[in-house]
Write a protein that binds this ligand. Sequence first.
Ligand SMILES: [Zn+2]
Length: 217
Amino acid sequence: MRLVFLGPPGSGKGSQAKFVVERYGVAHISTGDLLRNAVKAGTEIGRKASAIMQKGNLVPDELVTELIVQHLDAADIWSRFLLDGFPRSINQAEQLDATLDKRMSPLTMVVHLHVEHDALIKRLSGRRTCTNCGRIYNVYFEPPEVDGKCDDCEENGELMQRDDDNEKSIKNRLTVYDENTKPLLAYYEKSGLLRTVDGSGDLAGIAEQVDRVIQEH
Ligand SMILES: [Zn+2]
């Protein structure tokens, strides 16, 4: 099982990816984590990436793909992985396909969590962060016991909304996501890999639907 998970901010993609990883024993691959680890460990790719990022540039697709391949080799997980947050562009998708084809391990499915913008805005604007310990709440999904106060810090923990969780900024993030993702969805639709799941319900309900598309395969 070789999966790619796609979903906008607030779609619950991270939670669903975690369920699939636990349920099917696939390896969870976050390119963000891989990159941070490589930089921290000072590997060759890590040093290259670090130099590029220090100049304020984006790490090129080739390097990220190389990083994924190295990880698949090192962990020996070519047959069972879930890519979370990658690819983000057609170029990355094509490179990934070419690389996986070379190793005769093509993707088996692309799961896309679809949620309407209104619902995403509600979810994302409900986020509150404890000013004392940094714990994150959601007034809709994970409310604190006392309104506006952190469960862990009580009187010391005021819950605040982060600046970039306001509606305007959220709408902007979603628009950018849509612009980047639409061509990607078309690309995977064309190759017959795309499965779209309605991500508007609760976590358990969505997980059931994800299960269904995986098992139908
Ligand atoms: Zn707190």
